[in-house]
Structure formats: C-alpha cells, structure tokens
Write a protein that binds this ligand. Structure first.
Ligand code: MRU
Length: 340
C-alpha cells in the first residue's frame, strides 16, 4: 500500500525524481534533478523533506550528480564524491539520516574497483531506497497493534509517505491499522511556520480516505486535556544515545502536554534515525531557519526560528521501530541500543 512515491529514480536512473512538497496541497508537481546544486536546493528549501526522505534523496542525488559532472572520468568522480557529500550533509544538519546515507555511499565507493564504481554507487543508493521502504512497512506492522478500534491519534509535522520512500514512520501504523479495517481518526497539528501538518499530513491522509482534523499547534494541549486523544505518534530526525529525540519544533511541548494528561506518546523511527555517536539531546545541532518563514513582521525585530526541538526520553512512552516496539525506560532503552 503506497499511494505515491515521494522519492525515486527517474527511468534509466539519470535523475532524482521527487514530489515537490513546496507546491502541496495546491498541485502535485513531480520534478527531476541531476545537478548537485539542484539536489541541495531541493533539500534546503524543503521540496524534499523528512529525515528518511532526505537520506534516500542524498544517496540518489549524489550518484546522479557525480555521474553528470565526471562524465566517465573515474579519477574526477572519486574527487567529487567527498566534496559533494560534505555539501549535501551541510544542507540540513539535524536529521541524522542524511549523513548516515552519505557515509554509506562513501564507504561503498572506497571498496569499489574503478570499473564498477558508478554501478556500485547505483546499487548502494538502491539498497538505501529499498531498506527505507521495508523499514516503513515494518514500523507500520509493529505499531498498528497499538491502535485500537475508534482511536483518536494526534500527530505533528509530516512523518508520512511524503517524508520517506515508503509509507512513512509516524503515519505507517495508521495506514496499516486503517488497511486492516480499524476505525480511527487523526488530528494533525498545523506545524508552524511551514505548515507541514496542515499542508502535507492532511493532504496524504485525506487522499488515503482517513479522517483528519487539522488544529493550530497552540490548541493541542487543550485537546489533550479534554480527553479527545488516545495516543500521540510523531516521527524523529535523530534519536541520540540517551534516548532524547530531535524532531520538528513543537514536538517537545506536545510531549509535555501528553505527559501532563497521561496520554501515551510514541516516537516512530527506523534504526537509521538512531545516532549512537551523539550522547545527549543537548549535543544535537539544531537547524535555524530564515526569518522570512515567519511572514511579514515589523522592521527591526529579531527572530528566533529553530526548525527542531529536543524531547527528553522520559516523556516518550515507547519507540516504534522497524525491529519492534521498544520501551523507553533507561534499562530497556540501553539494552535495545546495544543491539543496533
Ligand atoms: O523540517 P522537516 O519538515 O524536514 O521536518 C520533518 C520532521 O520533523 C519529521 O517529523 C521527521 O523528519 C521524521 S519524518 C519520517
């Protein structure tokens, strides 16, 4: 069950193909890009967004861009790879999937002989794409049993099919439960300032025939207090060694409100989002974005526009992963972390 492909190759593997998310919900525009500047621009401007999607896009984008620039010159191709990789990683610093995918591509290149280098890069990008599709399906299968008949689920930002190559992370259990005939409804936080919830989550869920209600971010705590929500499910850009979660700005206040009102708070993410190298949430580089995203403001005011926040592990009920649902208690999380 995959209503559309947010990220793929173009036929012949000459270009990175994606649904341009800047245009949604007004129009479904599919774009092909082949140059490193266009791939970086698409990631930076959120035409392609969501942690797993930018990882897959970087792998395919790196391959098509080095092929285009090197034009069969293997030495040049080897020189370009780390340089393009560094630029791609800098495009969005918070989601670990981006650097994870680039590192995999570079390791693959170092072990490939010259005559099969390009083919090896294509194969590795294919692996990353296929693994993401499979991870999403596994997250969906593992998380769906948590959703009971008639459940009301609150989510934030967009962690759906648009944010991955597959059926999403936070939305995957919802898609699978819906497919199994479980009656459910979703509340989607608007997600200021770029409105990923209102524009993207609402678009893809209503397209799939799932009831969705959009609310301003500032209304979420009241909805939780009123007992209207059975569970919160969000995605993640990075889950660090102590279990803290970096995700779209507004996730932390949602977790606080869910905790205060005794509503389970789930974080859905593939293993590629777990970052064992970063010790605590405070060490994560949080991307800050342009003041322009906040719209028209009086002159001479300062703007603070972080794209992500950190939710401490203690506010997470469980992590819904591709290898199972993992409890967030310190000892359970430490045991799980040792296996990945
Ligand atoms: O800035 P965005 O839209 O890329 O932020 C996306 C999120 O925060 C998602 O929740 C996260 O990347 C997980 S997507 C499966």
């Amino acid at each position: 069950m995959k209503p559309f492909r947010a990220i793929s190759w173009s036929p012949g593997k000459r270009a990175l193909r994606f649904v341009d998310q800047r245009e949604l919900p007004a129009r479904e525009l599919v774009r092909d890009v082949t140059s490193i500047d266009d791939v970086i621009d698409a990631i930076r401007t959120l035409a392609i967004r969501g942690a797993p999607a930018i990882g897959v896009a970087a792998a395919i984008g790196l391959t098509v861009a080095v092929r285009r620039t090197a034009r069969g010159d293997v030495r040049k191709l080897r020189e370009l790879l780390p340089w393009y990789g560094t630029q791609l990683i800098a495009a969005r610093p918070t989601a670990v999937n981006l650097s994870w995918a680039i590192k995999r591509m570079l390791v693959r290149a170092t072990t490939a002989a010259d005559d099969v280098l390009l083919q090896s890069l294509c194969d590795e990008a294919d692996n990353i794409l296929a693994e993401d599709i499979a991870s999403c399906a596994a997250i969906g299968a593992n998380g769906a049993p948590l959703i009971h008949e008639g459940a009301s689920i609150l989510t934030h930002c967009n962690a759906g099919a648009l944010a991955t190559a597959g059926i999403g992370t936070a939305l995957a259990p919802i898609y699978i439960a819906h497919e199994r005939g479980i009656r459910l409804k979703v509340y989607a936080c608007e997600t200021r300032p770029l409105r990923q919830g209102a524009r993207l989550t609402a678009w893809e869920l209503s397209r799939a025939g799932i009831e969705v209600t959009v609310l301003p971010d500032s209304a979420a705590a009241s909805l939780l207090r009123d007992g209207a929500i059975d569970m919160v499910i969000v995605g993640a850009d990075r889950i660090v060694r102590n279990g803290d979660v970096a995700n779209k700005i507004g996730t932390y206040p949602l977790a606080l409100a869910a905790h205060a009102h005794h509503v389970p708070f789930y974080v859905a993410a593939p293993i590629s989002t777990f970052d064992r190298a970063t010790p605590v949430g405070a060490s994560v580089t949080i991307e800050h974005r342009s003041a322009k995203e906040l719209g028209r403001l009086p002159r001479d005011v300062y703007v603070w526009n972080p794209a992500f926040d950190i939710t401490p592990r203690r506010f997470v009920t469980s992590y819904i992963t591709d290898v199972g649902v993992k409890a967030s208690t310190m000892s359970s999380f430490a045991k799980f972390r040792a296996t990945i």
